[in-house]
Design a protein around this ligand. Structure first.
Ligand code: HEM
Length: 270
């Protein structure tokens, strides 16, 4: 990446962080600064708008009910390429922003080999070499980069189809629709992983922070870099503390029960 692009990206991050703020409390880590979050949600909104308007165009027979959202059929046809273009532009900025942490490494290759263990939650902690993003997140990112590029090329050919040979228009339709299916599949998995599957993840894109517990569980190598502490040791210390707390509560409850029983016996004797 050229240094002028890096300088631009750095400036944009600083400007965004001046406008909004991220409050990081004790026991939390900064995950995504304001700039990243704003870009993420702009991309997400434009993706959904492109998807819904695209459904209406893809199969009016099935999705006619969606077109009134955009002001009718012709308006949907008019707006869809603009939504797509805006999606690509904002995602391009996110690409510059995330290009470095999304670089594929040996750790990601290892992560992909144990994807079954990940999906079945067999291990409490992710392997020690999982950094800021795991292999699955990187795969999703690169799938969007590829699909975004295909959307742009085929989208432009379909937008200006009068100037393009018929066979190229036909090929563009197929490629555009395949890219949309890939993105839709990834999007469904992404929402599940970012919300229900891993509690505590969603706030990374709203507040911008995550708990330390979340970080040592899902991204141990990042936790080590960010805090300088050992994720497994901290996890084990927290587990021990939790067990001690539960035991103390149990002992207190037993004591209360015994006291109430003793008081009950005294009353009945009087
Ligand atoms: C609308 C529902 C969405 C939700 C609830 C959601 C949630 C999230 C969350 C919580 C993260 C942070 C994950 C982390 O820090 O580990 C994230 C990251 C990300 N989001 Fe979204 N997102 C949504 C839509 C989208 C869309 C539409 C796209 C692009 C088409 C997208 C692309 C990404 C990418 C590339 C990342 C980084 C890699 C990853 O975490 O998978 N998101 N999202």
């Amino acid at each position: 990446m050229s240094s002028s692009v890096e300088r631009f990206d750095e400036r944009a991050r600083r400007e965004a962080d001046r406008v909004g703020e991220t409050v990081v409390r004790r026991g939390e880590l900064l995950r995504h600064p304001v700039y990243t979050r704003v870009l993420h949600w702009l991309v997400a909104i434009l993706f959904v708008l492109s998807l819904l308007s695209g459904f209406g165009l893809y199969s009016p027979w099935l999705f006619r009910w969606l077109t009134p959202l955009f002001g009718g059929g012709p308006m949907t046809r008019f707006l869809h390429p603009w939504f797509g273009l805006a999606f690509d532009i904002f995602f391009f900025f996110q690409f510059l922003n995330w290009f470095v942490p999304m670089k594929w490494t040996d750790a990601d290759r290892r992560w992909m080999r144990r994807i079954k263990e990940y999906t079945t939650n067999r291990e409490k902690l992710e392997p020690a070499d999982v950094g800021f993003f795991n292999g699955g997140q990187k795969l999703y990112f690169w799938a969007i980069v590829l699909s975004g590029a295909l959307f742009l090329v085929t989208g432009l050919l379909l937008w200006f189809d009068d100037a393009v040979p018929r066979w190229l228009v036909a090929v563009s339709y197929v490629v555009h629709d395949i890219a949309a299916l890939v993105m839709l599949g990834g999007f469904i998995i992404h929402i599940y992983e970012g919300t229900a599957a891993q509690p505590g993840t969603f706030r990374a894109m709203t507040d911008g922070t995550v708990s330390e517990e979340w970080a040592w569980t899902h991204h141990p190598a990042w936790y080590r870099d960010a805090t300088g502490r050992d994720p497994r040791e901290d996890y084990e210390r927290a587990s021990r503390r939790q067990i001690e707390r539960e035991r103390a509560v149990e002992a207190w409850e037993h004591e209360q029960d015994a006291r109430e029983r003793a008081e009950g016996t005294q009353k009945s004797e009087r």
